[in-house]
Design a protein around this ligand. Structure first.
Ligand code: APR
Length: 318
């Protein structure tokens, strides 16, 4: 075995292929891209195409396409994107049981070959799928992480920057809760160069930006007729990068809460420190009453999905 890190991407569709491309371009790990045999040799085709991009862009990343798990052995990070994307009119929750079956099978196969990996789940409904992957994998809690908050806060940052006509680089944004229409953008912790947006925008405008953020996924689905993939892939790769380079970045991620924010035993999006061990710390802040209520609503929405899985998947020990 060589000394390079290895990132496996499960699902070579829109999100997965874009994740593979971005990881390859970072030149920090080799990439294995996996899809089901039903797609014939599609992952091999995409992997070869990406490999042949290396000489042009100047990366040495080895990219391997496969329909089996042997090539995924000893992965450091596994990004799971396999599943059905959302179609117009479909909520993330409609996808629940279909994608749950896929996540269960994929997680078992991944763990059999990479028992010490860190898993980043992208498949929706995000928080429920992350929780399922955690339970099925048997990994320590910090090693199974859901990607949602980086994307949601990127959308919020985009809208704030547009509204104020400032660079996105100077905007940070804070989003809590589940990845769905009940997510909780926190304006008082969302800033332009450190200035809370509550000082810069009217309450009405902030409300509009919050709503657009919470519906950011549906906005793209309506335009694209399938779910977003450039920003979701870039967000997952920001997490991969933080882990592989042990950056200790503080990013919003779905992680198992055990008492933090008053939540017990549920995956929910909160600020996390990401390093080589995965989620190394959960950062807790004091919420105001209205924020707490909004978070509770979001938690209830996630909890309902987990309940549905519990009832329909008796073989999984939640
Ligand atoms: N194992 C491996 N790959 C699978 C499996 C499986 N059991 N089941 C499905 N796939 C593959 C499909 O063959 C497809 O190529 O997952 C891929 C999904 O790709 P797309 O259909 O293009 O969907 P995408 O837009 O990438 O979204 C994937 O991410 O953002 C979320 O909501 C989105 O849940 C969806 C997921």
């Amino acid at each position: 075995m060589g000394g390079r890190k290895k990132v496996t991407v499960i699902g070579a569709g829109n999100v997965g292929a874009t994740v593979a491309q971005r990881v390859a371009e970072l030149n920090i790990a080799d990439v294995v891209l996996l899809d089901i045999p039903l797609t014939e040799k599609m992952p091999m085709g995409k992997a070869l195409d990406l490999l042949e991009t290396g000489p042009v862009l100047g990366y040495d990343t080895l990219i391997t396409g496969t329909t089996g798990y042997d090539e995924t052995a000893d992965s450091d990070v596994v990004v799971i994107t396999s599943g059905l994307p959302r179609k117009p009119g479909m909520s993330r929750d409609d996808l629940l049981l279909k994608n749950a079956g896929i996540i269960k099978q994929v997680t078992e196969s991944v763990i059999a070959k990479s028992p010490n990996c860190i898993i980043i789940v992208v498949t929706n409904p995000l928080d429920a799928m992350a929780q399922l992957a955690y339970v099925v994998s048997g990994l320590p809690k910090g090693r199974v992480i859901g990607m949602a908050g980086v994307l949601d806060s990127a959308r919020y940052r985009t809208f704030i920057a547009q509204e104020l006509d400032v660079s996105v680089q100077d905007v940070t944004a804070f989003v809590l809760g589940g990845h769905g229409d009940t997510m909780v953008p926190l304006p008082r912790y969302s800033t332009v160069a450190g200035i809370p947006i509550t000082e810069l925008l009217s309450a009405d405008r902030i409300k509009a930006l919050n709503e657009r953020t919470a519906n950011g996924g549906a906005e793209i689905v309506n335009l694209l007729k399938t779910s977003a993939y450039y920003a979701p892939a870039a967000s997952a790769v920001a997490m991969v990068d933080a882990i592989l380079l042990d950056k200790k970045r503080v990013l919003p991620c779905a992680t198992l809460l055990e008492g933090e924010y008053g939540v017990n035993g549920l995956f929910v999006g909160v600020p996390c420190k990401l390093g080589s061990e995965g989620v190394e710390q959960i950062i807790e802040i004091k919420l105001q009453e209205d924020e707490r209520q909004a978070l509770q609503k979001s938690i209830d929405a996630v909890s309902e999905l987990v309940e549905v899985m519990k009832q329909n998947m008796p073989e999984v020990k939640f």
